[in-house]
Design a protein around this ligand. Sequence first.
Ligand SMILES: *Cc1c(COP(=O)(O)O)cnc(C)c1O
Length: 405
Amino acid sequence: MTTIEDRNAAEFIALDERWSTHNYHPLGVVITEGEGAWVTDVQGRRYLDFLSAYSALNFGHRHPALVAAAVEQLGRVTLTSRAFHHDQLGPFCAELAALTGTEMVLPMNSGAEAVESAIKVARKWAYEVKGIPDGRAEIVVAGSNFHGRTTTIVSFSTDETARAHFGPFTPGFSVVKYGDAEALREAITERTAAVLLEPIQGEAGVIVPPDGYLARARRLCDEAGVLLIADEIQSGLARTGTLLALDHERVRADLYTLGKALGGGIVPLSVVAGRRDVLEVLKPGEHGSTFGGNPLACAVGRAVIRLLETGEFQRRSTELGAHLRARLGELVGHGLAEVRGRGLWAGLDITPGGLSGRQASEALAAKGVLCKETHGNTLRVAPPLTISREDLDRGIDAIAEVVGR
Ligand SMILES: *Cc1c(COP(=O)(O)O)cnc(C)c1O
């Protein structure tokens, strides 16, 4: 996408290529500023952000209330380590527990760390409370899952690209087909500690499971005395129109992993939140993180909680999402094979024989709209929940021009 007059952009891209490992394949856009739903590149061109950093920017770029909270905390104290108490951790955990209806919070940084932490907690709970023989616990996960990039987590990925040559892998996981409650029932044994699921699979292409699947998973876990862990790192925090995606099914998890938007697009901040009697298995020295629950992250997280308490973003996601899917739905049979999603979050399958996802992303960027393919010919659309209806329509118009037939 880079042309001769884009010297600046080309130089930045060349530096990335030369000095940064090649573990991503970004579009040829070099962003230097962001505000709300818009970003500006080094040439001064403006783009609508239709990806929101995979839902880490649910409140848009530099939301004033979040920036203000960060700036205020920067003027006070940013890091203490957990060797000492500080005055943001307790309030953050208490306020998050109240918001999410949970009883205890374990703060970490990245999403992968939250999932790792949930796995450790579930295993320890299985040995110390449920009574599974030490070293024998199993966790049931779903095919096409995405839970992060650590060695343990890629051990149970079904994406060969994410796994190849990263073994030996961590044992203790069994993989069943996503959305298939019978398969889940058959996979649960007396050695099962937990079932780990995304309520909607984001990276897989915004896959919404069949109605009743999550409620059935809850019942199966209850019957077998197994923990249900909901990875809401991408689906949670208003993205689907409710605080948590599980809320649509009136299902409660025993443990939730949250991340991405929890840090307001400013700092990495993740948590495991859930049942006290489960999280209480952790004792001093058994788990931790130097930056986990730091004052700056907690202060931003508290400002995020205040935004979510208003319900405004959940409402916007529901209303704008209905509009988004209605308009994209008109393209089914006219360039799109399928549109899935919930709230302001959609996966679009381009009709086979049309553009690849990559080509469509590049064509959209040329029209001033940034989004990204997930697999092959699937595009994921997740604008900031702060986007105006006009800007949303502008982005949808561009999608219609690029994929419409
Ligand atoms: C992004 C994501 C993760 C991993 O989060 P990182 O912050 O990238 O480590 C885990 N689970 C889900 C569902 C995600 O979308």
